[in-house]
Design a protein around this ligand. Structure first.
Ligand code: IMP
Ligand code: MG
Length: 171
């Protein structure tokens, strides 16, 4: 495992993102909609850095099937989806890769009646985007390598690591 972003670097950056979000959403009906499962740890850390009233809601999206790293069809589970009518939605995901997941979810939030929809990601991978989407909040830009930790998985393992790393043989 090669450490790409340390626990300390993540903590500092997440705190800065929290301050930015806090400044931008003063007096607004903020709902943070986190995309499971990868954004779980970021969600828990980020919301504690935002000193504003806010609601939290969850969606599940998966596009990687089984042990492969090839994206399959995007499956969205809205069973726990929130009522976002009139709310200012901030979609939160672990990583912006091709952009298909977030761009699809942005459209879904508008369809569900959100007042505004913005996006926040911990990571953005360089040179991978297939759909144009500029994240409104981004923690780190990373090279095109498969990363795990701090919520990100490989075949559902490694999510619990406190840092972001590249598995051996995957750089
Ligand atoms: P997109 O729809 O291609 O932008 O993919 C976003 C999703 O792919 C993320 O929510 C992750 O679950 C997954 N993903 C993309 N790159 C990586 C990676 O390097 N490690 C782990 N998961 C990844
Ligand atoms: Mg994911």
């Amino acid at each position: 495992m090669k450490v790409l972003i340390t626990e300390d670097q993540i903590r500092e950056r997440v705190a800065a993102l929290g301050r930015q979000i806090e400044a931008d959403y003063q007096g607004k009906p903020l709902t943070i909609v986190a995309v499971l499962t990868g954004s779980l740890i970021l969600l828990a850390d980020l919301i504690r850095q935002i000193g504003l009233p806010l609601r939290v809601a969850l969606l599940q999206a998966s596009s990687y099937k089984g042990a492969t790293m090839t994206a399959g069809a995007l499956i969205i589970n809205e069973a726990f989806a929130p009522d976002v009518i009139g709310r200012d939605v901030l979609l939160l995901d672990d990583i912006l890769d091709t952009g298909h997941t977030l761009s699809t979810l942005v459209a879904r939030m508008h369809e569900r009646g959100a007042n505004s929809v913005k996006t926040a990601v911990l990571l953005r991978k360089l040179g991978r985007q297939e759909v144009h989407l500029e994240p409104d909040y981004c923690g780190f830009t990373i090279p095109d390598a498969f990363v795990v930790g701090y919520g990100l998985d490989f075949n559902d393992d490694y999510r619990h690591l406190p840092h972001v790393g590249i598995l051996d043989g995957m750089a």
